[in-house]
Design a protein around this ligand. Sequence first.
Ligand code: SF4
Length: 331
Amino acid sequence: MFPQKIYYEEKALEYSTGKQLKEKYKDKEWILIDNHNNIPEMRSKENREFAVMKQSLILGIRKTHKYTPNFKSSDFLVPWTSSGCIAMCLYCYLVCNYNKCAYLRLFANREEMLDKLTAFSRKSTAPLTFEIGSNSDLILENTVSGNLPIVIEEFARTGRGRLTFPTKFEMVEPLLNLDHKGKTVFRMSVNPEEIINTIELGTSHLLNRIEALNKMAEADYTIGLLIAPVIMVDDWKKKYSQLLDVLEANLSQKVKDKMFIEVIFMTYSYVHRAINNEAFPHAPELYSKEFMVGRGRGKYWYRQNIRDDGEEFLKSEITRRFPSGEIMYFC
Ligand code: SF4
């Protein structure tokens, strides 16, 4: 049962989040650390222990608050209340940043992050969109911290512009009755069920994700559908056509009328291969020499001609089923 252990910085317990977690997990083992970025006990573990490492919770203070300009579904990527995640998607982009230490780190200083963001948002001349979910899955984090309803309502009350985050999880109940004032954009990431079961380990099933998206549309959030990451496994065109059939059959009319769509092809890396081969030796191989090409710093992505073909195929399959769904971008 998560978490098996909690590594914590002493200062984190001075914040309300720290106090609340200390009480919530009072029966767990708590281990004092100097710095959430450097836990010698964790760094010395083998790649094959990756799944066990994911069972730990790290509680610290976020010290870096630098916003990075973004040109996709937001204006800025904002470091938020967590980085890392309990789930274990075999391609998880966080592994590129944190290597095997991609476990859930929760940052207790939520109030400081919110104050900075709302002040920043009010200073801009035009309303901006802030991506707060680029380092974690905030719906999953919320099951541990309870942060998200506070963040959504506080930003609605004092911020300008919009928050946005993607998720692969269904636990949206705590968000359904919030006073969000239309200032939060909720994006659900989907993949064929077979890919969810074999590659997106520990995430919600497709039909549950669809139901969550339907509920969020009913709760009047602005909503997006992320077909991501597209993974070119055997028969991938057939699998993604079937995914679109499932979406067409199960998304509510409200979602179909309101949603925008993003499509992202998978990026993979040398680090993923090293960890996955040792931690998940029976998992599907995601690297393909035939389909992929180097993309700097040990990363791989699909060759341009393959991406072009994939884009053309998906564009036509999507627009045939969802003529009013705006495809914001392919990347
Ligand atoms: S749910 Fe998102 S953050 Fe978590 S492992 Fe999967 S890709 Fe990474």
